[in-house]
Design a binder for this molecule. Structure first.
Ligand code: FMN
Ligand code: FE2
Ligand code: FE2
Length: 382
């Protein structure tokens, strides 16, 4: 598939995968992108997951025709991209491997690959291919420490490694934003500062297309994608709205969450209600990042908080959740303790404002707890 007259996509679509990176549900599969650049010299951008080595190698060879590749550029050593490197080196033993200094020891540890023909990519490296040169933007921790992005100065293409990727194989039609958000928050979300640094560098480039390692090639509305990445990596809310995330054993906390939702909706607020036990965990975290307000409603459980809620709060903290207004509704039959536990879990999160009042339900809703929920709705809607 042609991206430009001399850049070809040679990636694969994986519809057999159940969980990406061992935990993320990907109902529409996953794409591992790879590209061939044909010029006086030829470069192959990354490989694909080892399970697709054969299919990928056929596509890459077909794109190269009777040419030998001069460079194999490894932008990211994570196995979903480097997994077919040995098969490639078997077929093209004379290729020069190009990667950052942090990538080479990883390639040795993963695959025993330790080539003499190598170029160590740095911020000032220029690989002249003929009519174009490739420039590199090392992006440590835009997923892993060895990552680099690549810019083609003739076709004005930014090869963006894991950045601007998404869940879902792109041979299946679906909107970009929801699955890109879930992917970004889940996989890169913790590393907002390096992404901000990268966006500043990218702002100085004239970009006609972004070629990520997952998801579709982006050619139109590039400003929209860049703006979303800026919002996500700066931990700013994407839109006004309230996520009410709840857990419930017997249904009383659910009733409280539903009542709060109704009261907020009556005040004209956008609300999303999620039962954490029945929702995709990564989607729940992504939704918390999407909106400017969050309510955690949970049963007390063994002196703490219900397991799925505990995990949710831990994941929020781990992903750098911040800059939001948060309300808490707890339920307990003898010693309610969910709220205290949740506050402790979120202690390290920067710039959280607690919405008052904190609501305590003792087993089932009563007049007091209904009134407290009404007051919480009013303070959230302010
Ligand atoms: C295994 C288990 C542990 C619990 N631990 C506590 C607890 O430590 N403190 C407490 O007050 N209630 C505890 N409860 C009771 C529930 O928190 C309480 O009944 C609550 O009202 C349930 O709300 P729900 O109707 O939304 O499930 C526990 C319940 C279960 C099933
Ligand atoms: Fe990655
Ligand atoms: Fe990846």
């Amino acid at each position: 598939m042609k991206i430009t007259d001399s850049i070809l996509w040679v990636g694969v679509h994986d519809h057999a995968i159940d969980l990406f990176e061992g935990q993320y549900a990907v109902p529409n599969g996953m794409s591992y992108n790879s590209y061939v650049i044909l010029d006086e010299k030829c470069a192959v951008m990354d490989t694909v997951d080892a399970r697709f080595a054969g299919e990928w190698l056929e596509k890459a060879s077909a794109a190269l025709g009777d040419r030998e590749p001069d460079y194999l550029i490894i932008q990211h050593v994570e196995p979903d991209h480097s997994g077919s490197i040995l098969r490639f080196l078997e077929k093209y033993p004379k290729v020069t491997l190009a990667a950052t200094s942090k990538a080479f020891p990883m390639l040795k540890n993963f695959y025993g690959v330790d080539p003499e023909a190598r170029v160590e990519l740095k911020a000032d490296t220029v690989l002249a291919l003929g009519s174009r040169s490739l420039h590199f933007i090392p992006a440590p921790m835009v997923h892993w420490p060895e990552v680099t992005l690549t810019y083609d100065d003739r076709d004005r293409v930014l090869f963006s490694a894991d950045a601007f990727g998404k869940f879902g194989a792109w041979d299946t039609e679906e909107p970009w934003t929801d699955e890109a958000r879930r992917y970004y928050i889940g996989i890169v979300g913790k590393f907002g500062a390096p992404v901000q640094a990268l966006l500043k560098k990218a702002a100085g480039l004239d970009i006609a297309a972004v070629c990520p390692l997952h998801g579709p090639v982006l050619k139109e509305d590039l400003g929209t994608y860049l703006a979303l990445y800026d919002v996500w990596s700066a931990y700013r809310p994407e839109e006004k709205g309230v996520l009410i995330a709840y857990t419930s054993v017997y249904g009383h906390t659910r009733a409280a969450a539903e009542l709060l939702k109704d009261r907020l909706a009556a005040k004209g607020q956008k609300v999303r209600l999620m039962d954490l036990a029945r929702s995709d965990p990564a989607e729940a975290v992504a939704e918390a990042f999407r909106y400017d307000r969050l309510v955690l409603a949970s049963t007390s459980y063994n002196g703490g908080v219900f397991p799925r809620m505990r995990q949710f709060a831990e994941e929020l903290a781990e992903h750098g959740f911040q800059n939001r207004k948060v309300g808490i509704v707890e339920n307990g039959s003898w010693a309610p303790c969910a709220a205290k536990t949740l506050r402790e879990k979120l202690e390290g999160c920067k710039n959280l404002t607690w919405a008052e009042p904190q609501v305590t339900i003792r087993s089932a809703l009563d007049r007091d707890s209904r009134e407290a929920l009404e007051a919480l709705a009013a303070s959230l809607a302010e």
